[in-house]
Design a protein around this ligand. Sequence first.
Ligand code: UGA
Length: 443
Amino acid sequence: MESSKKLIISVIGTGYLGATHAAAMASLGFHVIGIDVDSEKINSLKEGIVPFYEPDLEELLQEQLKAERLFFTTDFSAAKNADIHFICVGTPQSKDSLAADMRYVDAAIEAIGPIAKDGSLIVGKSTVPVGTASRLANLLRKINPNLELAWNPEFLREGFAVEDTLRPNRLVVGVTSDRADEILKEVYADLLAAEIPWIRADLPTAELVKVAANSFLATKISFINAMAEICEAADGDVTVLAKAIGYDPRIGNKFLQAGIGFGGGCLPKDIRAFMARADELGARQALEFLREIDSINLRARTRMIELVRADLGNDLTGRKIAIFGAAFKPESDDVRDSPALDIAAQLYKAGAQILIHDPKATKNASLRNPELNFSESIEETVAGADIILHLTEWRQYREINPKKLISHVLQAKIIDGRNALDRQKWQEAGWQIRSLGVSTSIK
Ligand code: UGA
């Protein structure tokens, strides 16, 4: 066994966030125990297999298992010697409302509270409605008054999870004592040495930072998609517009990629949960604009379908549509609230014949939408197609040679739902290429 740092860490919940956090903390030299109620997930992690696609994570996991710093179990009592317990369970949207479902967070606190040793620090990382941390702190006090709660929101992006965990652009901690701040500084000492900004906040502010950041990102995307609608109406080009406004450093050029909008397990449910919480707090009006952000986002999917109809005619029955991409974004196999998959399912319902290609997400997509058909090969996917829709901007699709692909399709038509393909290259190869927010797309 390689030498470890002094603190022992437990990570409760080993999904996206937890598995990455556990492996990353072990790589910083801590002894880490990852705990989850899902034995299948735990068995897979124990064997060094990450049960989802995330670049670089599997290597890190295997390295840390081998170094004997990282362990996985379904047994909560394994956490009894830990100094710090990170809560990394999911907070999905409730089935019957916009609010976040807090049952997994509550269950984690109830499971760890009675086991945690006196003086240990419980640190929430899950995205929660503001006020949760102080509610949980009260709950913990009743279980054991010698425990302390802090909140340390996580800003990692899927596809860059390892990089974002070990080299985040800031660390935010919500604490109620200097002691908690010091313990967390010890955990993140290597990151602090690399001059990553440290922001100490109170509990509600730390919780709010996370949802405010995701709401801002969602707003940026919907802003550019609203501009895309205007560009279509006014014969403009949203890609040029985005580039031009992005040069202003106050605006910045990131997250201004117009297209079929945002999806995934975070942005959509976080803005909805934020609205629901504001309502409870009597501040509904302050976040009313997020309702519009949500509807602009969902409208982008409808506009994509309208563009298909504008091309193939209103009756899509039997028309063959090839779809590039099922994941909610590239470098991920996550299909939660994926705009690509949603559009595919809607076109299928409208009678079209759908074949979908995705480098990583076809397994998850076929579990979620078993009525749809998938193919492992790009050529097979487009064979005899009336139109191709580019819906998730994987590198593979940008690298396609449009001259070669043209012989496989029935009609050389493609709609770029992500404004990521080289329009000129496709046009020169004889394709009709259209995209959301670009005037030629509707002429
Ligand atoms: C998001 C945030 O970016 C992370 O900081 C945060 O930690 C995470 O949620 C979370 O709450 O856990 P993620 O869901 O991995 O991360 O995905 P993003 O990279 O934010 O992309 C979200 C969606 O927006 C994708 O569907 C993407 O295709 C879309 N998008 C992104 C656009 O449509 N246009 C853009 O310009 C950028």
